[in-house]
Design a protein around this ligand. Structure first.
Ligand SMILES: [Zn+2]
Length: 371
């Protein structure tokens, strides 16, 4: 049937009719609110690049969790800022770690709230990477470094003491570069033990759902085994199965103080060009025992969410990340877009793509709009 029998505008005439035929419905029970817990008391420090998002001490985080819950948002995901970092991420798995403390307090004060625990090592490692770093000196003994340098050096004729000093300095610094060169590698297999230990520690502290975000191969299996051995057979795993190396994580690194001190995360997080590889990542995590899967970030990867929804039957989550939030906030602050409208439109798009769970910094605001 074609025009004029068919008129698609008939069902768009009023808000009530539009609502009746809406294909995608958002409700606050789809939302998970990310929170950053820091040491201290009474701390409520706004993240510069994420207006409205705070680093909260445990006492303040509990208050925030109460507010989140009262708005009808069923869940929070916790990230920690430890008071000190080291080379084995002690703060991630220590019994008195910052997230462990927050989990105990929240379980006590807001028992109905689902607590997710992000499992990664970057916030707790002095170097800011998500796994154990293996440093391999490529060097070269001092003798070999000197030989290489001198072999490649050109003969220069110097006219005075100044030029002579400069020439020596140049050769010396080349030698030092050769001798110091180190290759860094994020070691997969040795990181698994720490991730498993962290997961058990978090579950024991009251975290309901373990959410590994590190992107090491085999981590879901390692975590499942460790949880089961600790008797935590009913603790589900929500794996960040397809997590892309993304520029959109910028503001988060300020919020969680987790920027890598050297290199980047492209050797373990996914290449943004690959959707088939994303399916393989998800498939591997499901085989290893993931109960739920996640795609991160959301907006630039809506097609990946849709492909995952098409192919897999597990509950599917998507993470609307810090950069997605920061862009909307910044544009709205300039009066260039209507903030609430763009916020809801972006959340609907993630839902429409197929995610049934949305991790978002807008959880509270969107719940207010939906109320
Ligand atoms: Zn990490």
């Amino acid at each position: 049937m074609a025009f004029p029998i068919t008129r698609l505008r008939r069902l768009r005439r009023t808000a009530e009719i539009r609502n009746l035929v809406s294909e995608t419905r958002l409700t606050p029970d789809a939302f998970v609110y990310p929170m950053f817990v820091c040491p201290g008391e009474g701390v409520r420090k706004e993240v510069r690049s994420m207006p409205g998002v705070f680093n909260l001490s445990v006492d303040e985080a509990v208050k925030e969790a109460q507010e989140v819950h009262s708005l009808g948002v069923p869940s929070v995901i916790l990230f920690g800022l430890p008071d000190k970092k080291d080379e084995v991420a002690t703060g991630a798995w220590a019994d008195d770690g910052i997230v462990q403390q927050a989990a105990r307090a929240m379980k006590r004060e807001v028992p109905g709230l689902i607590l997710m625990g992000d499992v990664c090592l970057c916030e707790y490692m002095s170097h800011g990477h998500c796994g154990i770093v293996k440093a391999t000196p490529l060097a070269k003994s001092l003798g070999a470094a000197a030989t290489d340098t001198l072999k490649s050096a050109r003969v220069v004729v110097v006219q005075n003491e100044d030029e002579k000093a400069r020439a020596i300095e140049k050769v010396a610094s080349q030698m030092a570069d050769y001798a110091r060169r180190i290759e860094y590698e994020i070691d997969n297999d040795s990181s698994l033990e720490l991730l498993a230990r962290t997961s058990v520690s978090l579950a024991k502290a009251g975290i309901d759902i373990i959410a590994p975000s590190d992107m090491m191969d085999g981590r879901v299996a390692a975590i499942r085994r460790a949880l089961d051995e600790a008797g935590l057979i009913n603790t589900p795993i929500l794996s960040y199965a397809a997590k892309f190396a993304s520029g959109y994580y910028g503001p988060f690194r300020e919020a969680a103080d987790s920027a890598p001190q050297f290199g980047d995360r492209r050797s373990y997080q996914m290449d943004g060009a690959n959707v088939r590889e994303a399916m393989r990542e998800i498939e591997a995590d499901i085989e290893e025992g993931a109960d739920m899967i996640m795609v991160k970030p959301a907006l630039p990867y809506l097609d990946v969410i849709a492909a995952a929804r098409d192919r897999f039957d597990l509950p599917l989550a998507a993470y609307q990340v810090s950069g997605e939030y920061a862009m909307i906030e910044a544009a709205a602050k300039n009066g260039w877009i209507e903030r609430d409208r763009v916020m809801m439109e972006s959340l609907v798009s993630i839902r429409r793509a197929g995610a049934s769970i949305i991790l978002t910094y807008y959880a509270k605001e969107a719940a207010r709009v939906l109320a």
